[in-house]
Design a binder for this molecule. Structure first.
Ligand code: UD1
Length: 366
């Protein structure tokens, strides 16, 4: 039987693929786990394998960082060889990172069926590299696994064949539910000397926020105010650390009262931080979903979201990147506790099973 190749590359891929890997393995399907090496630092990659109990990748491409063209092209060159050697029956990709589009493009040109997990999300902002990756990956995928109905509608609007769209729910929530009890037992709150329920977690890494000095400086201004009112925990992404140093903003960051900048956290410690946050400030996509699932208020420092259900049903509020708007929403949440929200349909921890069943059926038919 020909193997199924599962692609991981960057931090948000690992928690999406772990439950799918486990489900397909439990059905004794031959699997090859390929890690492109888009993220390579231990705390951006290895710690997730350890925390999620994922096996070591069968193949590690080690492409590392680079411009979009270089990174995407290198993954394509290396992955084409892997496909030639292993002749997979299917390639499964997730999300919207460069590894996703690179491997989907190679597979589709070799007539290997592509399954895209987390299909159909749209920010309608083509300035985001991820939006380009999403639109193109969906266009060339054979199975499109969507997390919510809005994603189905986006795909239908783009003329995608309805038979290939499968509403399966949110895969991130499988990993979240599988691991939340272990996360609750972590010692991270003692280590950081913070009280559960009485601090805010910050993450920032979008190029539109951190690569522009004026935008980043204004976001920091917001935390210069908010830091007077609550402890702030800021696990800083390597891109952001680099930019803070490039723009000479370290002094301002260091002087923010009650702010702790810490290294990027592993899956369990990070989940523990989110679970007990009073509020989360972020520009991440996945975190908008995780906070909705955990019913923690989320202030999204972006102009738009590809995950509108987190706003319409969940705990998310989009405020943009201006200090005054970030502070305004913080004031609202600190006074009124923020949205309670509800957990969207099919965010129930059974998404990997639904995906697995559809994949097996597809492979039997083709
Ligand atoms: C990538 C994804 C983004 C995702 C994010 C999560 C794309 C286009 N972007 O953005 O969608 O939300 O991952 O983290 O695929 N670096 C390290 N160590 C690492 C990895 C990166 O130091 O292990 C540094 C390098 O300086 C690199 C920079 O971070 O140049 C950016 O990394 P890159 O993978 O290009 O993009 P991200 O910003 O991480």
């Amino acid at each position: 039987m020909k193997p199924i190749i599962i692609i991981v590359g960057a931090r948000p891929n690992f928690m999406k693929m772990a439950p799918i890997y486990d489900y397909l393995k439990s059905k004794n399907l031959p699997l090859i786990l390929v890690h492109t090496g888009q993220h390579y630092d231990d705390n951006m990659s290895k710690v997730f394998f350890d925390d999620l109990g994922m096996p070591k990748p069968d193949i590690y491409l080690g492409v590392g960082s680079g411009s979009h063209a270089k990174q995407t092209a290198q993954i394509m060159i290396d992955f084409e060889e892997i496909c030639e050697e292993n002749k997979p029956s299917m390639v499964i990709v997730a999300g919207d990172v460069n590894s996703t589009i690179a491997c989907a493009l190679v597979s589709s040109k070799m007539n290997i069926p592509v399954a895209h997990v987390e299909a159909g999300l749209r920010s309608f902002d083509m300035k985001m590299p991820e939006e380009i990756n999403r639109v193109l990956t969906d266009r060339i995928s054979n199975l499109l696994f969507t997390p919510s109905l809005d994603a189905n509608q986006n795909l239908k609007n783009e003329g995608v064949n309805e038979k290939s769209i499968k509403l399966v729910g949110n895969i991130m929530i499988d990993s979240l539910l599988n691991n939340i009890e272990r996360a609750k037992k972590r010692n991270i709150h003692n280590e950081l000397n913070i009280m559960k329920g009485n601090y805010a977690t910050i993450t920032l890494h979008r190029p539109s926020n951190v690569d522009d000095e004026n935008v980043l400086s204004d976001i920091i201004k917001a935390f210069e105010t908010i830091g007077n009112e609550i402890s702030l925990i800021f696990p800083a992404h390597p891109r952001t650390t680099h930019m803070i140093s490039k723009f000479g903003l370290e002094n301002r960051i260091n002087q923010i009262p009650n702010l702790q900048v810490i290294k990027p956290q592993g899956y369990l410690d990070f989940l523990a931080l989110i679970k007990y946050s009073k509020v989360v400030f972020t520009d991440s996509g996945g975190l908008q979903e995780e906070t909705t699932a955990l019913r923690i208020p989320c202030i999204t420092i972006r102009e738009n979201t590809e995950r509108p259900i987190t706003v319409t049903e969940g705990t998310n509020t989009i405020v943009g990147s201006k200090a005054e708007n970030i502070i305004k929403e913080w004031n609202n949440i600190s006074r009124n506790k923020g949205k309670k929200g509800k957990v969207p349909k099919l965010w129930d921890g059974k998404t990997a099973e639904r995906i697995g069943i559809d994949i097996i059926e597809y492979l039997e038919k083709h």
